[in-house]
Design a protein around this ligand. Structure first.
Ligand SMILES: Nc1ncnc2c1ncn2[C@@H]1O[C@H](COP(=O)(O)OP(=O)(O)OP(=O)(O)O)[C@@H](O)[C@H]1O
Ligand SMILES: [Mg+2]
Length: 473
């Protein structure tokens, strides 16, 4: 009896030691793999492929959902290779399945696997679902539905607007989260115009039925034009946030020809904002490397391809000056709304002073207003830069703006021989030369700013005039 108990104890001890040995070494996973191989050998499997792109080179939306779903599985930690990425919060780590790796999932008692295969030549990816034939009829439909639901929930929870840029490589669109803090409310622009744009965008979002009843593609195009530094690019981001759309920023110099441009458009998702910046520069630059033609651009703006890319598209084109553009480019339908971004007037200056310096009123404001009335002006970007540089002292900031306005006003008057207070002076025709005169003005003010910084206290009016006369010489 004692010898039997001893024998049983020895067996149990050996079993425990063996288990410990298997767990502490890689042998347990080898044993598991062997068991799965035996299971594979006795079952018939069926495979389902989910390619990244369809035969029309458009992104397969279901591939994206599977990707989201697979990366959310806890079993991804057990795959041999997993990529680790930082998330939107600084201490977030996101796990992503590596290429050609397998991850297992269980649904309603059925064990399935996913493999993210990559083609070594085309570099295109395909998810392959492996499911037992006996489980397929029972669970496949509800499993695919489950993937839809889970990925939609995850997208909703982690939804962040992304900025896509086109590259010359195979993988045409690369994306990053759009982290720019600008919103339509922080944009300095005429309040009435801002409200009209907001209502236009809201009306567009609600008019799916209307567009479809008319047999039109549900899209709207905006032209943002005006001098450099007046907020056109910032406004694109603000609009994307207002719409909650991803941004596709097309760099035409990286597009090889017209059909490449069409393919790029086909690879955009619905609910997106497609931007072409500095279109005027591209159209007038005959030495451009890209061989996209004018007709390629026109087709891109309103062609049939647009109707194949899914609904709900907003297109935005930016340019400094629209005077020299062929009118066919801007005809209604191609561009629905033209929005002009002007240089600063006194009202815009006051809004900037309020946002950047926290100053609603100041004893120097009447002086600034007087200078604006002479027709002197600067871009919001230039004024904002001076305010940021001098944000610790609003008086100093305002004085540096006054100096810069006077210098640039004098330079413009000297150059063009005309007063800038006429309404034409802030017409885009004269804007092209604006950059030339504003830069020295900013440089002068920077110099002045450095002098002022050396004198620790804020400058008196006397010092300001003194420095002004220095810069005028
Ligand atoms: N209307 C504005 N409201 C608020 N900030 C502005 C405005 N215009 C310019 N800025 C400031 O100036 C910076 C540059 O503006 P932005 O790049 O949007 O100008 P742009 O019109 O696109 O210039 P460019 O024609 O040279 O591309 C922005 O980061 C922003 O801080
Ligand atoms: Mg810009």
């Amino acid at each position: 009896m004692i010898s039997f108990t001893l024998f049983a104890l020895i067996i149990v001890a050996i079993f425990i030691l063996l288990r410990l040995f298997l767990i502490r070494t890689a042998l347990i996973s080898i044993v598991n793999k062997c068991l799965h191989c035996i299971e594979d050998a006795v079952h018939v499997y069926q495979f389902f492929k989910v390619p990244e792109f369809n035969e029309n080179h458009q992104e397969n939306q279901f591939y994206r959902k599977v990707l989201t779903y697979v990366n959310s599985l806890s079993s991804i930690e057990d795959s041999d290779f997993t990529n680790l990425f930082s998330g939107s919060k600084s201490n977030d780590i996101i796990l992503c399945l590596d290429d050609n790796q397998v991850v297992f999932d269980t649904f309603l008692g059925a064990r399935v696997s996913w493999k993210n295969e990559i083609d070594s030549i085309s570099r295109k990816r395909t998810f392959v679902l492996k499911i037992k034939k006996k489980d397929k009829r029972r669970v496949l439909q509800s499993y695919l539905q489950h993937i839809h639901t889970v990925s939609d929930e995850i997208d909703q929870r982690w939804r962040e607007i992304r900025l896509f840029i086109n590259t010359e490589l195979n993988q045409r669109w690369r994306s990053v989260p759009l982290a720019h803090p600008v919103t339509i409310d922080t944009m300095v622009m005429d309040l009435d115009l801002k409200n009209r744009i907001k209502s236009d965008v809201e009306a567009f979002l609600k008019s799916k039925q209307y567009y479809h009843r008319l047999g039109r593609v549900w899209k709207r195009s905006y032209l943002l034009y005006g001098p450099s530094g007046t907020g056109k690019s910032s406004f694109v981001v603000a609009m994307a946030k207002l719409l909650n759309y991803d941004v596709y920023d097309i760099d035409l110099s990286k597009v090889s020809d017209d059909s490449d441009l069409k393919l790029l458009l086909l690879q955009t998702r619905p609910k997106s904002l497609i931007v072409v910046e500095d279109l005027d520069r591209f159209l007038s630059d005959s030495s451009a490397e890209s061989s996209v033609s004018l007709s390629g651009v026109l087709n891109f703006m309103d062609g049939i391809v647009n109707s194949c890319t899914g609904d709900e598209k907003v297109m935005v084109f930016t340019m400094n000056c629209k005077d020299l553009i062929d009118p066919v480019v801007l005809r209604p339908g191609r561009v629905d709304v033209h929005i002009y971004f002007p240089l600063c007037n006194f009202n815009a200056f006051k809004t900037l002073a309020n946002s950047y310096l926290g100053v609603k009123d100041h004893k120097l404001f009447p002086h600034v207003e007087e200078i604006f009335e002479t027709g002197a002006t600067m871009s919001p970007a230039e004024i904002a830069e001076l305010m940021v540089m001098n944000r610790s002292s609003p008086s100093r900031a305002l004085k540096s703006v006054i100096t810069a306005l006077q210098i640039s006003g004098d330079a413009r008057a000297g150059k063009s021989g005309q007063r800038l207070s006429e309404s034409k002076s802030i017409d885009e025709g004269s804007m092209l030369s604006w950059k030339d005169v504003s830069s020295p003005a900013i440089k002068e003010v920077r110099k002045l700013y450095n002098v002022l910084r050396l004198k620790k206290s804020g400058p008196s009016d006397h010092q300001l005039h003194h420095n002004l006369s220095l810069t005028e010489r």
